[in-house]
Design a protein around this ligand. Sequence first.
Ligand code: ATP
Ligand code: NAG
Length: 268
Amino acid sequence: MAASGEPRKPWQEEVAAAVVVVGSCMTDLVSLTSRLPKTGETIHGHKFFVGFGGKGANQCVQAARLGAKASIVCKVGKDSFGNDYIENLKQNHISTEFTYQTGDAATGTASIIVNSEVKTLFNPAPAIADLDPRFYTLSSVFCCNESEAEILTGLAVNNPTEAGKAASALLERGCQVVVITLGASGCVALSQEEPVPKHIPTEAVKAVDTTGAGDSFVGALAFYLAYYPNLPLEEMLKRSNFIAAVSVQATGTQSSYPYKKDLPLALF
Ligand SMILES: Nc1ncnc2c1ncn2[C@@H]1O[C@H](COP(=O)(O)OP(=O)(O)OP(=O)(O)O)[C@@H](O)[C@H]1O
Ligand SMILES: *[C@@H]1O[C@H](CO)[C@@H](O)[C@H](O)[C@H]1NC(C)=O
């Protein structure tokens, strides 16, 4: 992972990341108010907090908290939010070797996760209808939610059966595996080897805040692809459902993501 072409010195430990995320790091500025202000109006809020977000970083944090050696390729600003974000990545034991700081604005429109076997998990968020066809052919796992699947296929996705049809349409575009997440209904998946859509339901839980559930799911799936590559796909998805369900039972995005130590041993 050395950035320069210099030969590595014996004391420089070679630690290749198993989960590499290319995606956004965003600082969430969250104001809690009783209603939205009208244009130009100033209203009172009752709470304010700053949180760490960005789909790429969320997924990377979830994978790292499960025990993955993770690295993020991203850019943050040369400002206090950027400095704080880099500190947050370090606290989550994420490599910042390829995290850059710039004065220019950075825009994240998609996140790509690559593991050491060059498997690529692609999360097309936010989705655009005319996605470059290479994103399908280069994806080992293409994972999106219901509304993204609708935008990408033009088909309605309101239940597992419809999700299966949309997933089939996406598979035909050349992905190896397609996963569509369905909120409290779990997910639907199919692959070139098993092209019949399979619904993987999840346990009913009392959801407190579903923000970031999709990124928790994608981060967990990246963890399993990297560390348990021989696990059957269905089992990886069951476990990712479970981890994302834990994240919806607490408030916040990264603050709700569980650590390995807080999860059942059977998941590892
Ligand atoms: N209410 C819930 N109960 C149990 N599991 C849930 C619930 N909501 C979400 N999940 C889990 O999280 C996964 C992702 O949820 P969802 O399909 O809503 O993603 P998303 O729309 O991208 O999420 P978000 O945009 O809120 O981050 C689901 O596949 C499921 O495993
Ligand atoms: C799917 O994810 C997008 C972000 O790309 C989000 O805006 C949208 O609300 C999500 N859809 C559902 C059904 O949760």
